[in-house]
Design a protein around this ligand. Sequence first.
Ligand code: NAD
Ligand code: AHE
Ligand code: ZN
Length: 370
Amino acid sequence: TQGKTITCKAAIAWEPGKPLSIEEIEVAPPRAHEVRIKIHYTGVCHTDAYTLSGKDPEGAFPIVLGHEGAGIVESIGEGVTNVKVGDHVVALYTPECRECKFCRSGKTNLCGKIRATQGRGVMPDGTSRFSAKGKDLLHFMGTSTFSQYTVVADISVVAITYDVSMEKTCLLGCGITTGYGAAVVTAGIEKGSTVAVFGAGCVGLSVIQGAVKCGASQIIVVDVNAKKEEWGKKFGATHFVNPSKIGDQTIQEKLIEMTDGGLDYTFDCTGNVQVMRAALEACHKGWGQSIVIGVAAAGQEISTRPFQLVTGRVWKGCAFGGIKGRTQLPDLVKDYMEGKLKVDEFITHREPLDQINNAFDQMKAGDCIR
Ligand code: NAD
Ligand code: AHE
Ligand code: ZN
């Protein structure tokens, strides 16, 4: 099929705030340094719902959403050397070119090579590979996994062993890697540390998993959903606090009281800017670090008294957990195969592509992890 346009089904977001529409689309062949992938499985992440809602300042329509996908390479464009036809792959919304200032810095997993075109919803040459009803559709996060076939830049894909079901590896394309990496790479939690995780969805539960691996002594889950106590403990949390059940105390006061002065590390996995503030202020004076993972809507801002930073608390954040996809994702798959990384446990719901709107409803209802 190399060189030919493929007609297949995709979930199209024609406009913000409307359900996705399952339709036939045309997927053009990959150009130089591009890869066309047959998507076998995709996760649905809150960031997809966030962009669909219209609250993403970069959100533009019509678009094919989805950024947590795994599949098989169907064809490659000229000059592609890192994957071949038939490879099992995971799409990477945080690419890794290994050449740009960011990639060479040794300080970040962010890659600058194609970020501008990715943010505008087009391929690196400024055009789209998707069309429907004669109209071009935009790409999302350089991945667009809510389609039976997608085209991505070669730096936005990593080959994975054939030995693991793509139903599992797709989840390493965002949620699990994001939380786990935030704990292990971005925070670099030391043995014996105290940790609080705000929001126990796929991302927060993955932070817990990372904190356990690092040998944290106390892992407190903070969630407004009482059912998340059991979920948190299943992943190794030691305590649970429901912030709506603590009377007159603020959540930061409660946590400071529980930990003799505050936490070594806190993580926002909610996207709520008030929660981000509480997470920072729950940190221990002199050294506590708070890592922002949640994505907040356009116009939202974070604030705190600068005194919080003057007195040694550190506020930082990360995308994709600080993990370099092409270099580090195969190791996470290996960890999974050796029983050192939980993945199966996150899968609570399954839907075929044409029921994808149900998946969005389930995600919002609160009983769904992935
Ligand atoms: P989720 O909805 O499954 O989990 C969020 C959890 O937060 C839920 O359990 C919810 O009950 C809880 N919560 C909501 N409001 C709260 C509050 N005020 N206090 C305490 N808990 C509260 O979401 P998820 O898929 O785990 O994603 C979490 C966030 O991370 C989202 O904002 C998502 O967009 C973002 N995200 C960021 C990255 C990144 O690379 N930075 C990657 C993936 C997801
Ligand atoms: N487009 C939004 C920001 C969205 C955002 O921060 N996305 C994360 C990944 S969320 C995955 O579920 C990300 O990768 N950020 C780094 C980057 O370069 O986009 C906005 O506010 O404009
Ligand atoms: Zn995501």
